[in-house]
Design a protein around this ligand. Structure first.
Ligand code: ATP
Ligand code: MG
Length: 266
């Protein structure tokens, strides 16, 4: 059975896609799975740099940290229709080849629409959308009535996902599971948080996604990048991260996210 394609996507920048992609890659590797990673945001290269930082840390400290097989893709601009079709064919073949040879293929995407971004969404068996806990970030998913605070119409990213689902069905692939993951949650319950949760629950029923509680706002996510480490490395004695209550809580949140879905064969 081919491996599961897990796409991390949102048509909004800075929502935690690359951070989540790296943490899911680390989770799967820790479970002993064979993992391929794809950075579809090759121009910015956050995931690629994260993985390179991990390889460099491994070498500097003389310790063997698990690494995925990584592919960086840079989207070309101003293409003719033929060039674009060629890129799409190459990318589709790359995903299929990686999936043949891995348990999971994790694809990190840029925070903006392009032709390969759309194609990645067609190939997603599992789509995870991290969302900052704000009504501004919710805008890509739905237009909200400001008076009644109810959903008026789906937003443009919801439409992108809908179109990807149609194309996926035409390819006779099984329907994808879509999760919306709330990121950078405040540690106190606020009115804003309750409004967003309620909106996500009603929107999820309408456009078919499952809302997940997600990850709290934690400094550790910003600190680990340069060393290429993740929360999963915290209790590895070979790394020099000091464990705190906040790390333990964040790791627990990550485990809950991981348990929300199954890879093929699980
Ligand atoms: N739960 C969190 N707590 C604190 N900081 C976070 C959290 N998640 C992400 N961040 C920080 O938010 C910033 C954006 O994260 P990241 O680069 O992963 O987002 P992105 O969606 O990939 O962005 P882009 O759209 O630019 O690719 C980074 O500085 C990251 O360290
Ligand atoms: Mg990113």
């Amino acid at each position: 059975m081919a491996g599961t394609v897990v796409v991390i996507g949102n048509e909004k920048g800075g929502t935690g896609k690359s951070t989540l992609a790296m943490h899911l890659i680390a989770s799967f590797l820790k479970e002993g799975k064979k993992v391929s990673s794809v950075d579809l945001d090759g121009r910015q290269g956050t995931l690629t740099h994260y993985i390179q930082n991990r390889a460099a840390y491994s070498e500097r400290h003389g310790i063997a940290l698990d690494l995925p097989q990584h592919l960086s893709v840079t989207v070309r601009e101003n293409l003719s229709d033929a060039e674009r079709a060629e890129d799409e064919k190459t990318f589709a073949e790359q995903i299929e080849t990686l999936a043949e040879d891995a348990d999971a293929v994790v694809i990190d995407t840029p925070g903006a629409d392009n032709y390969l971004f759309r194609l990645a969404h067609v190939y997603a068996d599992i789509l995870i959308t991290p969302l900052n806990d704000s009504l501004i970030d919710l805008d890509v998913l739905a237009k909200i009535d400001p008076e009644t605070l109810t959903v008026k119409t789906p937003g443009h990213y919801a439409q992108t996902v809908w179109q990807a689902r149609q194309k996926r069905a035409a390819l006779k692939k099984k329907a994808a599971s879509w999760f919306i993951l709330r990121n950078r949650l405040m540690h106190v319950s606020t009115k804003n948080e309750r409004i967003i949760w309620r909106l996500l629950e009603s929107l999820g029923k309408r456009i078919n996604f499952t809302p997940l509680p997600g990850l709290g706002e934690r400094i550790i996510f910003r600190e680990l990048f340069l060393k290429g480490l993740t929360l999963l490395d915290v209790d590895d004695r070979r790394t020099e991260i000091e464990m705190s209550v906040s790390h333990v809580a964040a790791r627990q949140e990550l485990r809950t996210i991981r348990r929300s879905f199954r890879l093929n064969g699980e």
